[in-house]
Design a protein around this ligand. Structure first.
Ligand code: ADP
Ligand code: MG
Length: 235
Protein backbone atom coordinates (compact mmCIF):
# COMPACT_ATOMS: atom_id res chain seq x y z
CA UNK A 1 0.00 0.00 0.00
CA UNK A 2 2.77 2.46 0.99
CA UNK A 3 4.52 1.84 -2.29
CA UNK A 4 1.34 2.64 -4.17
CA UNK A 5 0.76 5.88 -2.24
CA UNK A 6 4.34 6.90 -2.91
CA UNK A 7 3.90 6.14 -6.58
CA UNK A 8 0.63 8.08 -6.67
CA UNK A 9 2.39 11.09 -5.11
CA UNK A 10 5.20 10.84 -7.60
CA UNK A 11 3.18 10.20 -10.74
CA UNK A 12 0.17 12.29 -9.70
CA UNK A 13 -2.49 10.24 -11.44
CA UNK A 14 -6.13 11.28 -11.32
CA UNK A 15 -8.09 10.19 -8.25
CA UNK A 16 -10.14 7.91 -10.43
CA UNK A 17 -7.03 6.36 -11.88
CA UNK A 18 -5.57 5.86 -8.42
CA UNK A 19 -8.77 4.29 -7.07
CA UNK A 20 -9.10 2.13 -10.13
CA UNK A 21 -5.58 0.91 -9.58
CA UNK A 22 -6.26 0.08 -5.92
CA UNK A 23 -9.54 -1.67 -6.67
CA UNK A 24 -7.97 -3.66 -9.48
CA UNK A 25 -5.32 -4.94 -7.11
CA UNK A 26 -7.88 -5.69 -4.41
CA UNK A 27 -10.01 -7.70 -6.84
CA UNK A 28 -6.97 -9.58 -8.01
CA UNK A 29 -6.01 -10.44 -4.41
CA UNK A 30 -9.52 -11.58 -3.64
CA UNK A 31 -9.66 -13.80 -6.72
CA UNK A 32 -6.33 -15.29 -5.73
CA UNK A 33 -7.64 -16.00 -2.21
CA UNK A 34 -10.84 -17.56 -3.56
CA UNK A 35 -8.84 -19.78 -5.87
CA UNK A 36 -6.65 -20.87 -2.97
CA UNK A 37 -9.72 -21.74 -0.86
CA UNK A 38 -11.37 -23.65 -3.73
CA UNK A 39 -8.15 -25.55 -4.37
CA UNK A 40 -7.86 -26.53 -0.69
CA UNK A 41 -11.49 -27.70 -0.62
CA UNK A 42 -10.80 -29.92 -3.64
CA UNK A 43 -8.62 -32.34 -1.64
CA UNK A 44 -6.11 -32.74 -4.44
CA UNK A 45 -3.31 -35.21 -3.62
CA UNK A 46 -0.81 -32.74 -5.15
CA UNK A 47 -0.78 -29.81 -7.55
CA UNK A 48 0.21 -30.45 -11.13
CA UNK A 49 -0.80 -28.67 -14.31
CA UNK A 50 -1.09 -29.51 -18.00
CA UNK A 51 2.00 -27.38 -18.62
CA UNK A 52 3.95 -29.79 -16.44
CA UNK A 53 2.83 -32.75 -18.54
CA UNK A 54 5.30 -33.89 -21.19
CA UNK A 55 2.96 -34.73 -24.07
CA UNK A 56 5.85 -35.86 -26.27
CA UNK A 57 6.48 -38.71 -23.83
CA UNK A 58 2.86 -39.89 -24.09
CA UNK A 59 1.80 -39.64 -27.77
CA UNK A 60 -1.53 -41.43 -27.23
CA UNK A 61 -2.70 -38.39 -25.23
CA UNK A 62 -4.07 -35.71 -27.57
CA UNK A 63 -2.74 -32.40 -26.24
CA UNK A 64 -5.31 -30.36 -28.15
CA UNK A 65 -8.17 -32.35 -26.65
CA UNK A 66 -6.70 -31.98 -23.16
CA UNK A 67 -6.36 -28.19 -23.61
CA UNK A 68 -9.94 -28.05 -24.83
CA UNK A 69 -11.19 -30.11 -21.87
CA UNK A 70 -9.33 -27.70 -19.57
CA UNK A 71 -11.74 -24.98 -20.79
CA UNK A 72 -14.34 -26.91 -18.77
CA UNK A 73 -17.28 -26.74 -21.17
CA UNK A 74 -17.76 -30.51 -20.71
CA UNK A 75 -18.93 -29.70 -17.17
CA UNK A 76 -21.80 -27.56 -18.45
CA UNK A 77 -23.00 -30.64 -20.37
CA UNK A 78 -22.38 -32.96 -17.38
CA UNK A 79 -20.08 -35.10 -19.53
CA UNK A 80 -17.56 -37.51 -18.02
CA UNK A 81 -13.91 -38.19 -18.73
CA UNK A 82 -12.37 -41.62 -18.25
CA UNK A 83 -8.62 -42.08 -18.24
CA UNK A 84 -7.64 -45.70 -18.82
CA UNK A 85 -4.20 -47.26 -18.85
CA UNK A 86 -1.48 -49.06 -16.92
CA UNK A 87 0.24 -47.53 -13.86
CA UNK A 88 2.48 -44.50 -14.27
CA UNK A 89 1.20 -43.21 -17.63
CA UNK A 90 -0.15 -39.96 -16.16
CA UNK A 91 -3.83 -40.68 -15.47
CA UNK A 92 -3.80 -39.04 -12.03
CA UNK A 93 -1.58 -36.17 -13.19
CA UNK A 94 -3.98 -35.28 -16.01
CA UNK A 95 -6.98 -35.59 -13.68
CA UNK A 96 -5.38 -33.27 -11.13
CA UNK A 97 -4.47 -30.83 -13.90
CA UNK A 98 -8.11 -30.72 -15.06
CA UNK A 99 -9.26 -30.32 -11.46
CA UNK A 100 -6.97 -27.31 -11.10
CA UNK A 101 -8.29 -25.87 -14.35
CA UNK A 102 -11.79 -26.34 -12.91
CA UNK A 103 -10.81 -24.37 -9.84
CA UNK A 104 -9.46 -21.56 -11.99
CA UNK A 105 -12.82 -21.51 -13.79
CA UNK A 106 -14.54 -21.09 -10.44
CA UNK A 107 -16.03 -24.59 -10.25
CA UNK A 108 -16.46 -26.66 -7.11
CA UNK A 109 -14.24 -29.71 -7.50
CA UNK A 110 -13.71 -32.74 -5.26
CA UNK A 111 -11.02 -35.38 -5.58
CA UNK A 112 -11.18 -38.81 -3.95
CA UNK A 113 -9.79 -42.28 -4.57
CA UNK A 114 -12.37 -45.01 -5.00
CA UNK A 115 -11.06 -46.71 -1.86
CA UNK A 116 -11.55 -43.52 0.20
CA UNK A 117 -14.99 -42.96 -1.29
CA UNK A 118 -16.16 -46.47 -0.45
CA UNK A 119 -14.68 -46.41 3.06
CA UNK A 120 -16.31 -43.07 3.76
CA UNK A 121 -19.75 -44.05 2.44
CA UNK A 122 -19.66 -47.46 4.09
CA UNK A 123 -19.08 -45.79 7.45
CA UNK A 124 -21.89 -43.30 6.80
CA UNK A 125 -24.20 -46.18 5.79
CA UNK A 126 -23.42 -48.07 9.00
CA UNK A 127 -24.10 -44.92 11.00
CA UNK A 128 -27.38 -44.28 9.24
CA UNK A 129 -26.32 -41.00 7.63
CA UNK A 130 -25.69 -42.14 4.06
CA UNK A 131 -28.04 -39.65 2.39
CA UNK A 132 -26.34 -36.70 4.00
CA UNK A 133 -22.84 -37.97 3.27
CA UNK A 134 -23.67 -38.73 -0.36
CA UNK A 135 -24.04 -35.00 -0.88
CA UNK A 136 -20.27 -34.56 -0.53
CA UNK A 137 -20.01 -36.51 -3.79
CA UNK A 138 -23.09 -35.26 -5.58
CA UNK A 139 -22.83 -31.53 -4.90
CA UNK A 140 -19.49 -30.57 -6.54
CA UNK A 141 -19.70 -29.52 -10.16
CA UNK A 142 -16.81 -31.85 -10.92
CA UNK A 143 -16.06 -35.08 -9.02
CA UNK A 144 -12.80 -36.97 -9.56
CA UNK A 145 -12.63 -40.64 -8.65
CA UNK A 146 -9.08 -41.95 -8.86
CA UNK A 147 -7.82 -45.53 -8.97
CA UNK A 148 -10.85 -47.55 -9.92
CA UNK A 149 -9.74 -51.14 -10.27
CA UNK A 150 -6.85 -51.50 -7.90
CA UNK A 151 -8.96 -53.23 -5.26
CA UNK A 152 -11.86 -55.64 -5.81
CA UNK A 153 -15.21 -54.50 -4.45
CA UNK A 154 -17.76 -56.38 -2.38
CA UNK A 155 -21.51 -56.09 -2.92
CA UNK A 156 -22.00 -53.14 -0.54
CA UNK A 157 -19.08 -51.25 -2.10
CA UNK A 158 -20.39 -51.80 -5.63
CA UNK A 159 -23.84 -50.61 -4.55
CA UNK A 160 -22.44 -47.46 -2.95
CA UNK A 161 -20.40 -46.77 -6.08
CA UNK A 162 -23.54 -47.21 -8.18
CA UNK A 163 -25.43 -44.72 -6.02
CA UNK A 164 -22.82 -42.01 -6.60
CA UNK A 165 -22.67 -42.61 -10.36
CA UNK A 166 -26.41 -42.76 -10.65
CA UNK A 167 -26.98 -39.59 -8.60
CA UNK A 168 -24.58 -37.64 -10.80
CA UNK A 169 -25.80 -39.05 -14.11
CA UNK A 170 -26.63 -36.14 -16.47
CA UNK A 171 -26.30 -33.75 -13.52
CA UNK A 172 -22.60 -33.41 -12.78
CA UNK A 173 -19.36 -34.41 -14.46
CA UNK A 174 -17.07 -37.17 -13.25
CA UNK A 175 -13.42 -37.67 -14.11
CA UNK A 176 -12.35 -41.21 -13.39
CA UNK A 177 -9.10 -43.13 -13.72
CA UNK A 178 -8.77 -46.88 -14.04
CA UNK A 179 -6.13 -49.47 -14.84
CA UNK A 180 -8.85 -51.94 -15.84
CA UNK A 181 -10.62 -52.41 -19.16
CA UNK A 182 -14.40 -52.10 -19.03
CA UNK A 183 -14.65 -55.82 -19.73
CA UNK A 184 -13.02 -56.49 -16.37
CA UNK A 185 -15.42 -54.34 -14.34
CA UNK A 186 -17.91 -57.16 -13.79
CA UNK A 187 -15.27 -59.23 -12.09
CA UNK A 188 -13.98 -56.19 -10.21
CA UNK A 189 -17.41 -55.54 -8.74
CA UNK A 190 -18.40 -59.15 -8.30
CA UNK A 191 -21.65 -58.37 -10.12
CA UNK A 192 -21.84 -58.00 -13.89
CA UNK A 193 -25.37 -56.55 -13.88
CA UNK A 194 -24.38 -53.75 -11.53
CA UNK A 195 -21.13 -53.16 -13.43
CA UNK A 196 -23.12 -52.81 -16.67
CA UNK A 197 -25.54 -50.38 -15.03
CA UNK A 198 -22.63 -48.26 -13.78
CA UNK A 199 -20.81 -48.30 -17.13
CA UNK A 200 -24.02 -47.53 -18.99
CA UNK A 201 -24.46 -44.27 -17.08
CA UNK A 202 -20.77 -43.35 -16.99
CA UNK A 203 -20.15 -43.86 -20.68
CA UNK A 204 -23.36 -42.39 -22.09
CA UNK A 205 -21.88 -38.88 -22.38
CA UNK A 206 -18.15 -39.33 -22.06
CA UNK A 207 -14.64 -38.90 -23.36
CA UNK A 208 -12.54 -42.03 -23.07
CA UNK A 209 -8.83 -41.40 -23.03
CA UNK A 210 -6.97 -44.64 -23.43
CA UNK A 211 -3.29 -44.14 -22.64
CA UNK A 212 -1.17 -46.91 -24.07
CA UNK A 213 2.37 -45.70 -23.39
CA UNK A 214 5.10 -46.47 -20.91
CA UNK A 215 5.28 -45.55 -17.25
CA UNK A 216 6.76 -42.12 -16.67
CA UNK A 217 7.95 -43.31 -13.27
CA UNK A 218 10.26 -45.81 -14.95
CA UNK A 219 11.55 -43.51 -17.67
CA UNK A 220 14.74 -42.51 -15.88
CA UNK A 221 15.58 -46.17 -15.45
CA UNK A 222 14.74 -46.83 -19.08
CA UNK A 223 17.08 -44.03 -20.11
CA UNK A 224 19.83 -45.51 -18.00
CA UNK A 225 19.16 -48.85 -19.66
CA UNK A 226 18.88 -50.57 -16.29
CA UNK A 227 15.28 -51.64 -16.68
CA UNK A 228 13.75 -53.79 -19.37
CA UNK A 229 10.20 -52.56 -19.96
CA UNK A 230 7.65 -55.32 -20.15
CA UNK A 231 5.97 -55.48 -23.56
CA UNK A 232 2.83 -53.31 -23.70
CA UNK A 233 -0.25 -54.69 -25.37
CA UNK A 234 -1.00 -52.51 -28.39
CA UNK A 235 -4.38 -54.08 -29.26
P1 ADP B 1 -1.02 -42.99 -13.09
O1 ADP B 1 -2.06 -42.27 -12.31
O2 ADP B 1 -1.39 -43.25 -14.51
O3 ADP B 1 -0.52 -44.24 -12.39
P2 ADP B 1 0.54 -40.64 -12.49
O4 ADP B 1 -0.29 -39.58 -13.07
O5 ADP B 1 0.50 -40.81 -11.02
O6 ADP B 1 0.27 -42.05 -13.19
O7 ADP B 1 2.05 -40.40 -12.95
C1 ADP B 1 3.16 -40.89 -12.21
C2 ADP B 1 4.16 -39.76 -11.98
O8 ADP B 1 4.76 -39.40 -13.21
C3 ADP B 1 3.53 -38.50 -11.44
O9 ADP B 1 4.47 -37.87 -10.61
C4 ADP B 1 3.28 -37.68 -12.69
O10 ADP B 1 3.29 -36.29 -12.42
C5 ADP B 1 4.43 -38.07 -13.58
N1 ADP B 1 4.09 -38.10 -14.99
C6 ADP B 1 3.41 -39.09 -15.64
N2 ADP B 1 3.35 -38.85 -16.95
C7 ADP B 1 3.98 -37.69 -17.15
C8 ADP B 1 4.27 -36.90 -18.33
N3 ADP B 1 3.90 -37.31 -19.57
N4 ADP B 1 4.94 -35.74 -18.15
C9 ADP B 1 5.35 -35.34 -16.93
N5 ADP B 1 5.13 -36.04 -15.79
C10 ADP B 1 4.47 -37.21 -15.90
MG1 MG C 1 -2.78 -42.73 -10.44
Amino acid sequence: MDVRIERAAREQPTYIGFLNDLLGQEIQHRQQRNLEVRTKLSHLPYRKTLDEFDFSFQPTVDERLMRELAMMSFTTRAENILFLGPPGVGKSHLSVALAMAGNVHGLSVYFVTLTQLIEDLRKAYEENRLDKRLRVYTRPKLLLIDEVGYLPMDRVAANLFFQVISARYERGSIIMTSNKNFGEWGELMGDSVLATAILDRLLHHSYIINIRGNSYRLREKMKAGSYGMPQQKTE
